[in-house]
Design a protein around this ligand. Structure first.
Ligand code: FEO
Length: 397
């Protein structure tokens, strides 16, 4: 079914609750939505298509929303296949539609489809407009949010921002299209953070650039390519994206990322957490990196002001899943945090030194206290060292 966003804009996207891994890597416990919108003006414009998995529903929705009208334009904001995989099919079904996209997007669209759409494409750049009659789309470049070809568009009559991947989230839509109809703190915020940090987090500077451009627009609604539409409390979602993209901690809190083979490093992590709690620190969270998917731990590390990494030495290096986490943090431009280290090694502890060299190279990422060494299992020396570390961390709260 088409869904009305306003008098003249219809939601024609759909949700996938069966896909296990987004981009074949990120777990989707609550599914994901692929959003597409039809602007029903004197001339009709569709913004983006959807992933192949929901193509049937999308084409039904689109046909219903168009009724007897022709489809005049397809605006392709982003060529990643979760939004553009059904472009070729759409062009077959609507042979007269004109594509409206950026020069870089046209190159990618041609590559992905092994085709040449040049003759049926209107190439647009920053500041260009598309006159639909009662509505006008103004195009705003948004390179690297999240691919280089990306742009967003602003519809001037309804003051609607079609924001591409920006302001998106994991999670299927379930009837309620608008964020103000959903419990944001309970049902959206964590997954929106995980989506942002893991998908776009590397490109904080580019997101900051887009936020600056958006600040010059009077925005009544934000229509992203994933997740609910924003028509209220826009300041809340924009402020969160500002925090995340500026690499500022969201909470003054401690996250402990722990790797443990036989449970001894985990006991050290628990001992430290207990000592921190006794010193009044609230909201401490411990994650076992072998159990919790790395995308959750990365998002949590970005949320917190202080992160403790606890890992055994393994093959004379860092235990596998912890090394994976650290590589992912480096890849996502992790910065501006305080960290503490616990290492374990029965005959030649190495993990502390190796974790320290990866983290200390990151801008604004600095260590608190001394690395605590656990030799096989917690003993009195290690407890004393953990007491000192707890004192050092707590002194910053
Ligand atoms: Fe939702 Fe970058 O695609």
């Amino acid at each position: 079914m088409k869904r009305a966003v306003s008098d003249s804009i219809y939601y024609v996207g759909a949700s996938d609750r069966r896909l296990a891994l987004f981009e074949n890597t990120f777990p989707l416990p609550n599914g994901v939505s692929y959003n597409s919108y039809l602007i029903d003006s004197d001339r009709t414009a569709l913004t983006d298509t959807v992933d192949r998995s929901v193509a049937d529903v999308f084409f039904d929705n689109l046909a219903e929303a168009l009724g007897s009208k022709p489809l005049d334009y397809l605006v392709v904001h982003h060529v990643e296949p979760d939004h553009a995989a059904t472009v070729a099919d759409l062009l077959l079904r609507y042979p007269d539609v004109k594509i409206v996209t950026s020069a870089k997007a046209l190159v990618l669209l041609n590559r992905f489809n092994d085709a040449d759409y040049t003759a049926r494409t209107i190439v647009v750049k920053e500041g260009d407009t598309l006159d639909l009659g009662k509505h006008t789309l103004r195009f705003v470049a948004a390179p690297m949010v999240h691919w280089p070809e990306v742009f967003v568009s602003y519809e001037t009559a309804t003051k609607t921002l079609f924001s591409a991947d920006a302001f998106g989230t994991f999670g299927a839509l379930g009837g309620n299209l608008f964020a103000d109809e959903i419990d944001f703190d309970r049902d959206i915020k964590d997954e929106m953070r995980r989506y942002f940090i893991n998908i776009v987090g590397k490109y904080g500077v580019q997101v900051q650039n887009l936020l600056k451009k958006a600040a010059s627009l009077e925005i009544a609604a934000i229509c992203p390519l994933h997740g609910p539409i924003w028509r209220k409390d826009l300041g809340k979602v924009i402020a969160l994206h500002d925090t995340w993209s500026a690499y500022r901690p969201e909470d003054q809190s401690v996250v402990i990322a722990c790797a443990s083979i036989y449970g001894n490093t985990a006991r050290a992590a628990d001992y430290l957490a207990d000592r921190l709690a006794e010193r009044g620190i609230k909201g401490i969270r411990i994650y076992d990196v072998s159990k919790t998917h790395v995308s959750y731990v990365v998002a949590e590390a970005f949320r917190a002001s202080h992160v403790v990494f606890a890992a055994p030495t393994y093959n004379n290096g860092i235990f596998i899943e912890m090394e994976h986490l650290l590589h992912d943090l480096v890849a996502h431009n992790f910065r501006n945090r305080r960290f503490a280290l616990i290492e374990n090694g029965s005959w030649a502890p190495q993990s502390g030194k190796l974790m320290q060299s990866m983290l200390s190279a990151l801008p604004g990422v600095t260590q608190i206290g001394e690395t605590v060494t656990v030799c096989s299992a917690l003993n009195a020396d290690a407890r004393r060292a953990l007491d000192c570390l707890a004192e050092a961390v707590a002194s910053e709260f």
